[in-house]
Design a protein around this ligand. Structure first.
Ligand code: ADP
Ligand code: MG
Length: 359
């Protein structure tokens, strides 16, 4: 390379580097804003994404103050991650776990409330949803470098350490895990709770419209800016990410899916995934490959989609039909979709190799 060419190459490199630097500075959360083509000329759209709660979170805000709202939303989500995470060292959950069987831990109000909420789902599902699933999750290690098929004996021992009734709720937001080596894992509900938390802030601020996608847990605030309804896809559990099997229309709703297609390992032809039945200590095997819950409340949708995955078709419909505003779509191994009757007219299936059964 001659001298001039070399200088030219350096110059181009500098331009690229400074460009990246400035883009990075202007968009600390990887966000962009643009004017909204709507009736209301004041409304702008801001979009941002961030890796939080073990997943890619994408947020879209339509509002006069869309940029500030987006910033605040991402801040709130990152605050919740900081207190709910079981891997962040000084999170509430990690502190509770480290002090299991030792002493109660004072936690933030949100952690206390969320734990109270988990209790409700544990009761509704007869303990199939269990926030103290931590020891079993660690034993299987699914999605980590330590994933393994544990011995029968080890599984039996570990089940003993899973019991939601041993979470003690004390005065002044204190939580005590009654026995050593117990641990809390909020993986099945934290994203739903976080979505509700954000939505309540959007309501408080009277924000025009918003779309929140936390790795497939979708919540929408109000309708779209042009006044039409949102269309939310339900992912195809068999084909690759991005394909959908159905779309659900609505406003102010949350659509949450649990499946076995994201985190799993295969040994001797058996697929072991990350949703564990606390009664058996093994990943759930009730013939369901994906379980979707549609509700106004995202905590319900999240906690119940995980639970229904374990419970199977019959028991899930029994529970869902007893509850208001909990509708479900359960896909089974034999290519059937069991769908709540209430969803008729609101859901459109986009594949034709499924037998659709409304009930
Ligand atoms: P994802 O987080 O992949 O979207 P889920 O909402 O279904 O899926 O949550 C699965 C996570 O919930 C697991 O990774 C684990 O942390 C936790 N979990 C697994 N089994 C149970 C259970 N029986 N009760 C409560 N939480 C569970
Ligand atoms: Mg869940």
């Amino acid at each position: 390379m001659n001298y001039k060419r070399f200088l030219f190459a350096i110059l181009i490199l500098l331009i690229i580097i400074s460009g990246i630097y400035f883009i990075g500075r202007e968009n600390p959360n990887n966000s962009v804003s643009s004017p909204e083509p709507s009736n209301n000329s004041e409304v702008t759209k801001s979009e941002g994404s961030e890796f939080l709660m073990d997943t890619l979170v994408r947020v879209r805000i339509h509002d006069e103050n869309s940029e500030q709202v987006l910033d605040e939303v991402l801040n709130k989500l990152s605050y919740l991650e900081d207190i709910f995470s079981k891997t962040i060292e000084d999170s509430d959950i990690n502190k509770i776990n480290l002090n299991a069987g030792v002493k109660p831990v004072k936690v933030n109000e949100e952690t206390y409330k969320l734990l109270e909420e988990t209790n409700k789902f544990a009761k509704i599902t007869d303990g199939v949803f269990d926030p103290t699933i931590g020891p079993l999750v660690s034993l299987w290690g699914i999605g980590t470098e330590e994933e393994q098929l544990p011995s029968e004996k080890k599984i039996k021992e570990t089940i003993e350490r899973v019991e939601y009734k041993k979470i003690e709720f004390q005065e002044n937001n204190k939580i005590f895990l009654a026995e050593k080596d117990m641990s809390i894992d909020l993986g099945a509900i934290a994203k739903g709770y976080a979505a509700d938390y954000v939505i309540s802030y959007l309501n408080e601020k009277d924000v025009d419209s918003a779309f929140i996608n936390m790795g497939g847990n979708v919540s929408v605030h109000r309708d779209k800016v042009d006044g039409s309804l949102w269309n939310i896809g339900i992912q195809d559990p068999v084909r690759n990410r991005g394909n959908i099997i159905a779309a659900v229309e609505g406003e102010d709703i949350s659509v949450v899916t649990s499946g076995n297609y994201e985190r799993f390992f295969i040994e001797d032809g058996v697929r072991y995934h990350h949703i564990i039945n606390p009664e058996t200590g093994y990943p759930a095997r009730k013939g369901i490959i994906s379980s979707t819950v549609i509700s106004n409340n995202s905590s319900y949708a999240d906690a119940l989609s995980t639970s229904f995955y374990i419970l199977g078709v019959e028991k899930s419909f029994e529970i869902a039909q007893e509850m208001e505003d909990v509708n479900i779509v359960l896909l089974t191994k034999d290519d059937k979709a069991y769908v709540s009757e209430e969803l008729k007219g609101q859901i459109t299936f986009t594949v034709d190799d499924l037998e659709i059964i409304y009930r």
